[in-house]
Design a protein around this ligand. Sequence first.
Ligand SMILES: CC(C)(COP(=O)(O)OP(=O)(O)OC[C@H]1O[C@@H](n2cnc3c(N)ncnc32)[C@H](O)[C@@H]1OP(=O)(O)O)[C@@H](O)C(=O)NCCC(=O)NCCSC(=O)C[C@@](O)(CC(=O)O)C(=O)O
Ligand SMILES: [Mg+2]
Length: 314
Amino acid sequence: MTATPRSAPVGKYAAVADGHELRPRRSVMFVPASNAALMTTAWVFGADIYTFDLEDAVSIREKDSARLLAANALRSPQWQGLEVAVRVNGMDTTFFEDDLQTMIRAGASMIRLPMTDTPAMVAELDAQITEIEKACGREVGSTRVMAAIESAAGVVNAYDIAVASPRIVAIALAGFDYLLDMHAERTKDGSELFYARCAVLHAARAARVACYDVVFGDVDDETGFLAEVDLIKGLGFDGKSLINPRQIPLLHAAYAPSEDELRHAQRVVEAAEDAESRGLGVVAVDGKMIDGPIIAAARRTMLYAGHQPIGGEK
Ligand SMILES: CC(C)(COP(=O)(O)OP(=O)(O)OC[C@H]1O[C@@H](n2cnc3c(N)ncnc32)[C@H](O)[C@@H]1OP(=O)(O)O)[C@@H](O)C(=O)NCCC(=O)NCCSC(=O)C[C@@](O)(CC(=O)O)C(=O)O
Ligand SMILES: [Mg+2]
């Protein structure tokens, strides 16, 4: 099943959504749900989206206790007001149904589906979530989905996956499983990921959903991490999946605009608003015409610098 792509602005969810809350969404940090200490403290780290992990960070014998810890955390006051996704176990596992039932009933606002290979998987997930939402009295459609693309099939099907349900707000490339599937090896320059990064990004942009890059596994290699962030920011990713809180401020700083970029963005937004109030169709800044995409990019720049651009992202 494939649905028509939404008419929302490109990558809109990265900055907007969630009850129209206007804020950047760059860092998506995994927190192993089996670790009670992390689950009670990790909320302080300032990730844009936390992801309680029930899948690969949790050993088989801890699956049930991790599910309980995640459900308790979702209901606890510390995590209220933060954006939290839950990575459930794969649809082909015996844990999946319990994970989905328990997390949605506990109030998870987003499910991260691992190993999303086909749009049919998303359609099936959508149907199951709808049943659970109805059964527990949650608004139907209120649970969002981030689909993780972790295989060659997933990369090939990325656009169909991204438009398979209106619940999908983002897709994320998962480097470890993808490279395993490809029989490829991780290198410092990331050439082995280049095709997948571009394919997944094109799918996300065409489907108007956000797009997140792979986990960087060596948490002590700050230089390597920053080089990778520089690359993926330039390619157009909204941000990155992370595994360690030390990576959050590095990512946010790299995505923050420079003072010059911010000053220019402010002038573009002011000029656009002035033109709008005077009923002018075309406007120029420094002799250059500014149009819709330039104004939208300027508003996004202001948002990423911590400003609330008047008029919101258009
Ligand atoms: C890497 C390491 C062991 C290093 O530990 P270290 O202790 O040496 O780190 P330190 O920096 O010293 O920690 C400083 C303080 O932060 C605390 N702290 C650390 N990490 C924290 C955290 N994540 N959340 C909250 N708190 C945290 C720590 O407890 C300490 O607290 P305190 O003692 O009080 O000072 C640790 O980070 C960690 O376990 N990470 C999570 C690993 C994980 O989730 N893997 C699964 C997701 S990937 C995957 O599945 C592949 C994928 O599927 C991905 C895809 O789908 O995209 C694919 O296919 O590619
Ligand atoms: Mg994986």
